[in-house]
Design a protein. Structure first.
Length: 417
């Protein structure tokens, strides 16, 4: 199923924006409105995912598992577009690790194939909570006899190890797909529906696997409800962005630059390409990485243009960063917009490859120079747009905005002056 906008051309047809004189306060109000709408859509999609999961665990057939997987992929569409609100806003960053932390050592959660997926540097990478109701952490026993949201919350990043991801989208993804043991060859994870069938159980502990899946989903919904509240008219994240227009613009541009450069171009794309390692892809169990990258890119464009298309087809739009830059440097404003459109085309090329049968992990394989080039083109586009984001920061009169860097890129970091 294609969850992108019907055609990339339809997206880019709106690039001839009609800039209007914009006040920073109005731009930031619209920015916050788009954030709230994105998290509301993410919440609604997570609730639809839970409904699909309830149907599946009640009747654990392959058809119902496929429907649940489809609902998970659909839930990623609005959420990935909200990542442009990260990095600049400390409240969002403090919250985000509960929903989208990655990569994870999946052996913490469930069985793995031999030692595949185990991590010598993580003593809990084979803890297998689903099979083991008691886990010792630093000399203390954690009682997971009954798997509840509270237990899973306590297991998140246990012992201060970031790879101990027990909750969020990727924990649910692993439970639905299982490990992808195909390396850079074709195929995603292929967990059987019978792993959740308490009457005909495979993989052992089917009742606990069901409990884990549903508890993790309840936590995801609770966390997204918190995000919606953070961006409500009286929410903390909205207040932090709108209280001081100059600081709010710093937050907005920092989010765009950091997601473009260090996070997406670097950690999520260049690192995996350099290592030719499918373990470094974002949605590694489901082979949905092409969509995740696409919607991250679209989220950046949404923020710059001040426009977001909701899952019901309606649009939230208003004064934008583009308008602010256009007031001061029309040529730069349009150049950055052209960069963003070019990035969407490059990310769209990755999606086209996946829809034609070549998944992202295949594109980054060591023996696929053509696929490598497709991914590198998107990385180059993301880096290029970051340079014009830097220029836009200067154009609107802001100073010294730190942008998250990556050792995977030529420059291990950047500070926008």
């Amino acid at each position: 199923m294609n969850f992108r906008i019907t055609a990339l051309a339809a997206l880019l047809s709106g690039t001839a924006l009609c800039a209007q004189a914009a006040e920073p306060a109005d731009v930031l109000t619209n920015y916050a409105d788009i954030a709230q709408a994105g998290y509301q859509d993410s919440l609604a999609s997570a609730q639809q995912l839970k409904a699909a999961l309830e149907t599946f665990v009640a009747a654990p057939t392959e058809a119902n598992l496929d429907a649940a997987r489809t609902a998970w992929i659909a839930a990623r569409v609005p959420y990935q577009q909200t990542e442009a609100f990260r990095f600049g806003n400390p409240t969002v960053d403090a919250w985000e690790g509960n929903v989208n932390a990655w990569p994870l050592d999946e052996g913490l959660i469930d069985y793995v194939d031999g030692d595949t997926g185990l991590n010598d540097e993580n003593p809990f990478s084979g803890a297998n909570v689903i099979a083991n109701p008691m886990i010792e952490i630093s000399g203390t026993n954690v009682d997971a006899t009954k798997i509840t949201p509270e237990v899973l919350r306590d297991l998140q990043e246990i012992d201060g190890i970031e790879a101990n991801v027990a909750i969020g989208y990727h924990a649910i993804e692993f439970l639905l797909w299982g490990q992808d043991l195909n390396g850079t060859g074709p195929g995603a994870g292929n967990r059987p529906a019978s792993d959740f069938d308490t009457a005909n159980c495979t993989g052992g502990n089917c009742d606990r696997r069901v409990a884990y899946l549903m508890a993790a989903t309840d936590l995801l919904i609770a966390d997204l409800e918190e995000a919606v509240a953070l961006w409500a008219p009286d929410g903390q994240a909205r207040a932090e962005v709108t209280a001081d227009p100059a600081q709010g613009l710093v937050m907005a541009f920092t989010g765009l630059g950091s997601l473009s450069y260090g996070e997406q171009a670097g950690e999520r794309m260049k690192l995996g390409l350099l290592l030719h390692d499918p373990e470094e892809e974002h949605d590694c169990f489901s082979d949905n990485t092409h969509n995740s990258h696409y919607y991250d890119g679209l989220g950046i464009r949404n923020v710059y243009t001040g426009s977001y298309q909701r899952i019901d087809g309606t649009t939230v739009e208003g004064p934008s960063l583009y308008d602010l830059v256009k007031d001061r440097d029309p040529e730069l404003a349009d150049a950055l917009l052209a960069d963003l459109d070019g990035t969407m085309e490059a990310l769209g090329a990755i999606v086209a490859q996946a829809e034609a049968g070549t998944a992202y992990d295949q594109l980054i394989g060591a023996n696929n120079p053509q696929g490598n080039a497709v991914v590198q083109a998107a990385i180059d586009a993301l880096v290029a747009q970051t340079r014009n984001i830097e220029r836009a920061v200067a154009a609107v009169g802001l100073e010294s905005i730190p942008v998250e860097g990556s050792d995977s890129l030529d420059n291990p970091g950047a500070v926008f002056q």
